[in-house]
Unconditional design. Structure first.
Ligand code: GLU
Length: 467
């Protein structure tokens, strides 16, 4: 059987971590089985859906690299088809017009609550014949009264729901617009979705959707409901736990593959392996290994993974992402060293690309002031002379590369009877503005001869002006 999965977000906000995990699992399942992955935008709620959210979802999918074989489809383009199916259900006796007013339904609800019964529609209009003109009517699905629906959930196992628990669901509102459960069913059927992989907040909808599919004579898809993601306090993950929008993770300096790796482990495992290339994820992914219980989002673990990816990914790839962050800081990477070399110099010390970018500005742009503590500690009496001598030696150098640069510092320290730090640290503060940088020889190769000499001059004048 060829497999088709879909990700079906409602565009009522950004692409959040939970949605991204659902998308990833659906994508992995399709990729693993050589199947098809569809993106479907469920935008029928006209009041809450926005183009901005659609864009945010598309941007998030693209940033994560979750490519789709079909779509994005938009449910608002399928209204005619939904109407057709609603009419078909009415014609075959599986749906009916309901004329109960809002007040009557409210009263019914109050009575049921008072009797400690589950509030549900009592089926009053179920057997009405013909169409009553002039009265507002919704359309309800005629749910079977007897028997049970069994969801053979691929994650949670069998879930059995008695039909008497399910009342007659509204499938079209009084204005004729179709409701969520109807549109999902029609699209899943038309798109020949074989596996519905989605959050377990939809589990209550599933037996209703299965009954509609049965009434339409459609083949039922298999279902896999993913347990929810919790914040560190045990509550459902939400905005107040910090970054939950996928694009926020980009802004905060995460690599997309680090986030994907984190998301795949959120509720799924393969032995005790933590780091998975995309190919490995595709190879090992099984719905059987998805946890049944909720998982907790752990920012520290994501940060650790991000650092692993920054250190171990192809530096060319990391540099491409770093370039975006440099741009955010107003830096044009053309104004300095090759970003790939910057990545190689900085990757051990940067857990995020935001950190790496912030720590790399001086390779590209002059700084206005020295870090106060660093200047105080290292621009001491006599350091101006040390820098002057360094300037002379560096100006003479034929090859501006790490090894001879290192040698110049070592030789000067020796000649002056100083330990290496007493030469390297003032030099570092002079060329970087702070006492933190990669190894001094690497730092100098990245800054380049011209900028190094100019910054030494500037530092010497600065120190002398402070005397
Ligand atoms: N549109 C629904 C949502 O965003 C998902 C529907 C589904 O996956 O069946 O929650």
């Amino acid at each position: 059987m060829s497999i088709t999965t879909r990700f079906a977000p409602s565009p009522t906000g950004y692409l959040h971590v939970g949605g991204a995990r659902t998308a990833l699992f659906s994508w992995l399942y399709a990729r693993k089985h050589g199947g098809k992955f569809i993106l479907r935008i469920e935008d029928t709620d006209l009041e809450r859906s926005t183009q901005e959210s659609v864009n945010a979802i598309l941007e998030g999918m693209a940033w994560l690299g979750l490519d789709y074989d079909e779509g994005p489809y938009y449910q608002t383009h399928h209204f005619d088809r939904y109407k057709e199916i609603i009419q078909q259900l009415i014609a075959q006796g599986d749906a009916y017009y309901c004329y109960c007013s809002k007040d009557a339904l409210e009263q019914l609800r109050t009575e049921q609550m008072a009797n400690k019964e589950k509030p549900r529609y009592n089926g009053k209009c179920r057997e009405l014949k013909g169409l009553e003109e002039g009265i507002e009517a919704v359309i309800r699905f005629k749910n079977p009264i007897d028997g049970v629906v069994t969801i053979e959930d691929l994650v949670k196992g069998d879930i059995v729901v008695a039909n008497k628990e399910l009342d007659d669901l509204i499938i079209a509102r009084a204005d004729g617009s179709p409701t969520y459960n109807l549109t999902v069913v029609v699209d899943d059927m038309d798109m020949k979705v074989t596996h519905v992989i989605r959050g377990d907040d939809h589990i209550n909808n599933t037996p209703r959707q299965m009954n509609i599919l049965k009434a339409l004579g459609a083949e039922l898809p298999k279902y896999a409901h993913l347990p929810m993601i919790l914040g560190s306090d045990g509550a459902r993950l939400s905005k107040r736990h910090g970054a939950v929008s996928v694009m926020q993770f980009r802004d905060d300096g995460y690599l997309p593959e680090a986030l994907l790796n984190y998301l795949v482990r959120l509720g799924w495992s393969h032995g005790d392996q933590e780091i998975f290339s995309l190919d490995e994820m595709v190879e090992y992914f099984e719905l059987d290994n998805v946890n049944v219980s909720a998982s907790t989002f752990n920012m520290e673990k994501l940060l650790w993974l991000n650092h692993q990816y920054i250190m171990n990914s192809d530096p060319v790839h990391v540099a491409r992402h770093l370039s975006w962050h440099m741009g955010q800081l107003g830096i044009d990477p053309a104004d300095g060293p090759d970003l790939v070399d910057v990545v190689k110099a900085q990757r051990e010390r940067s857990k995020t690309l935001v950190e790496m970018a912030a720590a790399s500005v001086y390779f590209y742009k002059e700084f206005d002031s020295y870090d106060e503590k660093a200047a105080k500690k290292n621009f001491t009496v006599g350091s101006d002379d040390v820098l002057e001598q360094l300037h002379a030696k560096l100006a003479e150098m034929k090859s501006w590369s790490a090894e001879p640069l290192h040698q110049v510092v070592v030789d000067l320290a020796e000649a002056l009877g100083l330990n290496m730090g007493k030469v390297a640290q003032p030099l570092r503060v002079a060329v970087c503005g702070s006492a933190v940088s990669p190894a001094i020889d690497i730092t100098l190769t990245l800054i380049g001869r011209e900028k190094t000499l100019a910054r030494l001059d500037k530092a010497i004048s600065y120190i002398r002006s402070q005397k």
